[in-house]
Design a protein around this ligand. Sequence first.
Ligand code: MCN
Ligand code: CUN
Length: 793
Amino acid sequence: METPMGYGSMRRKEDARFIRGRGTYVDDVTLPGMLYGAVLRSPFAHARIVSIDTKAAEAHPKVRAVITGAILDGLKLAWMPTLSYDTQAVLATDKVRFQGQEVAFVVAEDRYAARDALELIDVEYEPLPAVVDARRALDPDAPVIRDDKDGKTDNHIFDWSSGDKDATDRVFSEAEVVVTQDVLYPRVHPAPLETCGAIADFDKVTGKLTIWCNTQAPHAHRTVYAMVAGLPEHKIRIISPDIGGGFGNKVGIYPGYVCAVVGSIVTGRPVKWMEDRSENLMSTSFARDYHMRGEIAATRDGKIRAVRVSVIADHGAFNGTAQPTKFPAGFFHVFTGSYDLEAAHCAVTGVYTNKAPGGVAYACSFRVTEAAYLIERMVDVLAYELGTDPAALRMRNLLRPEQFPYPSPTGWEYDSGDYPRALALAMDIAGYDDLRAEQAAQRERWAAGEVGGTLMGVGISFFTEAVGAGPRKHMDILGLGMADGAELRVHPTGKAVLRISVQSQGQGHETTYAQIVAEELGISPDDIEVVHGDTDQTPFGLGTYGSRSTPVSGAATAVVARKVRERARIVAGAMLEVSPEDLEWEKGRWFVRGDPDQGRTITEIALAAHSSLELPEGVEGHLDATTVYNPPNLTFPFGAYICVVDVDPGTGRVKVRRFVAVDDCGVRINPMIVEGQVHGGLADGIGMALMELIAFDPDGNCLGASFMDYLLPTSMECPSWELGATVTPSPHHPIGAKGVGESATVGSPAAVVNAVLDALKPFGVRHADMPLTPAAVWRAIQGAPLRTDLAIG
Ligand code: MCN
Ligand code: CUN
């Protein structure tokens, strides 16, 4: 353990309250006179609403209000904007469009009464045919879901493409080898520990609306509410207290939040709404649901030349994806992965289906997850067809260090990287050659009919992430550019308060941002308080998602600390009666160049800055500073993962024996926190690869609405992680750091799936879609077709 000054593996400051069970989550907050809301949800995936009778519910002695879409319509609030310039029904008026959609909202004295009263609401539905398979959504006879939109006669949302189509087609037409594979990234769910919820408190006297909400983006929420309600931002305060995991699930604004606001306006009392687990799984932002066709063009000896991709993107009934405006398919651009290509092209078509809206969330880096999974599956399919070793094939095609900064074929600039070094390190930790030797011996015995046991598989993935949105000229949400503010106040005693716009959901921001200030100023991290999660107390910024906190707010923090340091230099000059230019900085103190004994510490300088010390003309005193950081580019962390599995061909059961993960996220502020982030993401990867799935039956009934059906990985399914690190600093980030929060979720599913398919090679299985449940593996072995009765591909 390094000293608790600056960078290093110091323990998390926030854990003092978390491990004592003293965190404050939204559901811990109780306001005087608070009422409770509950949402009535649609049992149908698609149905016309004939009538809604709320009389019996209103007559319930504990009910204070029943809100329907018709009432919201009167307030012009029945529809709200989504983060993708679509509209979403707050409460359904004309039709319900997915199972679990919000239909009415009951406000009552306690949460039990609110739930009971839901049963008293009588809704008459006229069921309509539903479309749940995105590949059928554009069929001429598919029911039109969004007939609320003027002139809409189909389920098409967008067409988007990237890369050079002609150049790509040319390479394909002359290529020695072309492999094509359909790959599904099925619908999964972020499933944070704490479900979504809000307390709205509208004060009629001051006209101020306070919303306690477990959102990842408090300032963005506030401005969206301000735009919709026509209120000034300062009349809205969003308080985002401790958050029990977000994973992207808590970026958007959900109908329940708006209903709580309306409930508070109508009743004049605070209204709390907390969804339960089934509501969270059925109705809030899901992830993935990408039907992809990938093609690779290569030479016979294994040089990858071009990649061509077409995708049908299932966005559910409302386009509620949270991603920068200009990027309808997120950052899917990085489908070219980590390889040196001549050309690449992809085309994505987004469609509506009768399923819950959303489409990005779950440690996704705006669709990098799907892109990384596809290319890494494709490279293994190519290795399968060419009969080459997947590690050697990757090593041959990885970008070389001298190619950075690398202009990608889809117009992005990867900032820095040394890919072969990371892969070599992962292979070294794994003992790759020994693993292959062990496997060869096992396969020989197996082929000779000697063993009836498990078959081992070794899977590799290499990923390039793209995190840290802006710059704001390219990246905005609803016109709000992606730049983030930071404010640093230094008290007379030299202790400091940092205010930032991003919002921790468990990533340890209170610790790591204090460490950045500590590194820059030499104040102990214990003496630096990090304030976030309250729009009345923090500068504007777009919040935490796409692993953007370190690349953007981390940079802002370093920049604002450096501003403070420069102010301190002037004060130190006055204290020492020398010109500031003659001073030099070493951790925590300015001293006279050539005379190191003549110096002043930051603590001494802070007091002097607030004292009667005479400062040069025009210098204001105090050390406080503010900044706004508009990143020049994304950061591009990367990693090499190797997974070893044992598959029981008799039952299809997969056991993950080992998992080696080498991550490069540039300079690590707190290596222990980085490793924690990687651990979590690796577990996510095992979950998605082997068990997580939100499936639907043909009528659109959600089959993943509880943790009995939606399986999450536990420590039982996870091996003891074997981590390695390389450090390639980002050249444009003030401290050389890149984001890491989503890296392992992006990189690990392909390693697990590749490992399982490597184990199944003796059976001639080239590909099978996630999740590789025992049944899916068993069916793949039997050569049986995948189930077609579920709309999962
Ligand atoms: N860090 C570091 N050195 C680096 C990079 C990061 O020490 N070079 C530290 C950071 O200072 C921060 C943590 O690692 O404490 C994650 O930083 P970063 O990669 O910037 O990611 P964010 O803080 O922006 O977190 C967002 C990311 C996303 S988008 C999802 S989704 C996700 C994830 O983080 N959700 C999480 N990790 C999660 N971890 C927890 N516990 N809970 C979630 O909901
Ligand atoms: Cu996409 S999940 Mo994270 O970016 O909040």
